[in-house]
Design a binder for this molecule. Structure first.
Ligand code: 4AD
Ligand code: MG
Length: 430
């Protein structure tokens, strides 16, 4: 019977004869026996290959295998308390499918080197655990929105407009014209809601970030939503519900993977088991000033300030009403506090920083044109302003940084580790 390794553990296949297909994970030859471990996508099992139990050719091949050689082995499952997982395979047939060369990944290699050989490193237990968690989280985003009646709405990736400012645009030659890789799905989503009402998407997003930080990628995935008739208070509550849902889904399915990553699962659980507070930017500044931070009202929160602020909280928080002056053109004035915008960010605990950004959308075309004229030609946005002319309605939306949330869930130092092939200012290969 050909089987996945994990089935041996789940179904306690002691005494069964099984065939496994996978890769050599560890390898140690000592005289008449080869001790090895093999892995497949589902798990790792110890192999015992004894000279008197296999034919000469098989033993020779087992002896000469390198780590990451691909193999097919047949044998009998035996209980062995000392083996990781409690079972060992006593091998009777050993087929070397591809011997491979000595594998260039060993212990204690630098972060940059592991990024250079990312095409090989993604087989590691660490990367495999992360990528499985990522798959579950993206699936959970679809589940969350589909269960609430949202329609999946795919945006164009090539866009004639900036959404989040001209500074971080990637320009693309588009036949005889210039276009940009999308910075956000939002402007097109605002067109989508008039027919579809409530929509969402998970899509690649591009920003030519000039900063080399542990939380910026040049190519990342954003999960965005937009809904007609929704205002700031409702949209912030929806974002809280979504983030809770995503974390809970990952914990439900991935205790083993989170353990491989060394994540404190109880802490993560407790961080989403309480309500997430909402405060205003102004309250945040007051707290920071009280703590002695050198920040004045009107300045954006930098990483250090976000970290300082989050010392007061043990859950994610929502911060609303940032100063209008530092906000994108589409974020409307709050009529109750016109120096600020009807917008929000969600910050993760433990210094993981901003994970969600969103707002109510401006309906005031003149104000948007004025704000856009500082950066370029407002007429490029005429199609977008049309949306305010033909049955405009209050509406709101937000974007979740998929890798930002994953970095927090996995408890990882660098955002580059939560995407298979990261793209940053200093990394575009392999
Ligand atoms: O706050 P941002 O810039 O918001 C928008 O783009 C809105 N148009 C979204 C909307 O309202 N539909 O980006 C949203 C989130 C951030 O909170 C952050 O989590 C993530 O996207 N993000 C990045 N993640 C990784 N690398 C980067 N360079 C990121 N820039 C933003
Ligand atoms: Mg933001």
């Amino acid at each position: 019977m050909i089987t996945d390794i994990s089935r041996i553990f789940h179904e306690k296949l002691e005494g069964n004869e099984v065939t496994l297909r996978g890769w050599v994970h560890r390898h140690r030859a000592s005289g008449n026996i080869v001790f090895a471990a093999m892995r497949d996508a589902s798990g790792i099992i110890q192999l015992a290959i004894k000279k008197d139990k296999v034919n000469e050719k098989d033993f020779k091949e087992a002896n000469e295998s390198y780590v990451e050689s691909s193999i097919i082995v047949k044998g009998t499952v035996k209980k062995d308390e000392r083996a990781p997982g409690g079972y060992e395979l006593q091998v009777t047939n050993y087929e070397l499918v591809s011997r491979g060369e000595p594998f260039p990944v060993a212990k204690d290699l630098s972060e940059e080197y592991l990024l250079d050989i990312r095409h090989l490193w993604i087989r590691s237990q660490k990367m495999t655990a992360i990528l499985k968690i990522r798959s579950t989280m993206v699936q959970a985003i679809h589940e969350f929105f589909q269960s609430k009646g949202y329609v999946l709405f795919d945006p164009p990736i090539l866009s004639p407009n900036a959404c989040e400012g001209k500074m971080t645009l990637f320009e693309v030659q588009y036949y005889a014209e210039k276009m940009y890789l999308t910075q956000s799905w939002q402007l097109y989503a605002e067109a989508g809601i008039f027919g579809l009402g409530k929509i969402y998407d998970v899509a690649p997003t591009f920003r030519a970030e000039k900063s080399k930080t542990a939380k910026h990628l040049s190519e990342f995935w954003m999960a965005e939503m937009e809904a007609a008739w929704m205002e700031l208070p409702q949209v912030t509550e929806l974002a809280k519900d979504e983030i809770k849902f995503l974390v809970e889904k990952v914990i439900e399915k991935h205790v083993a993977e989170l353990k491989i990553l060394g994540r404190d699962i109880e802490k993560l659980k407790s961080q989403v088991s309480k309500p997430f507070p909402t405060i205003t930017y102004t309250q945040a500044i007051e707290m920071l000033v009280k703590d002695g931070a050198e920040i004045k009202w009107g300045e954006d929160l930098r990483t250090t300030e976000e970290e300082q602020l989050m010392k007061h909280f043990d859950t994610p928080i929502v911060v609303t009403n940032y100063p209008i002056e530092i906000m994108a053109f589409y974020k409307p004035k709050d009529p109750k506090d016109p120096k600020t915008a009807l917008c929000f960010d969600m910050l993760a605990p433990d210094g993981f920083g901003e994970i969600v950004g969103g707002s109510q959308r401006s309906l005031d075309v003149n104000d948007m044109m004025k704000r856009l004229s500082k950066e370029g030609n407002p007429e490029d946005y005429n199609w977008y302003f049309d949306l305010r002319k033909y049955g405009s309605v209050p509406h709101s939306g937000y974007g979740v940084g998929v890798e930002r949330v994953l970095r927090w869930i996995c408890g990882l130092e660098n955002i580059k580790d939560v995407i298979a092939f990261p793209r940053t200012m200093s990394r575009n290969k392999p």
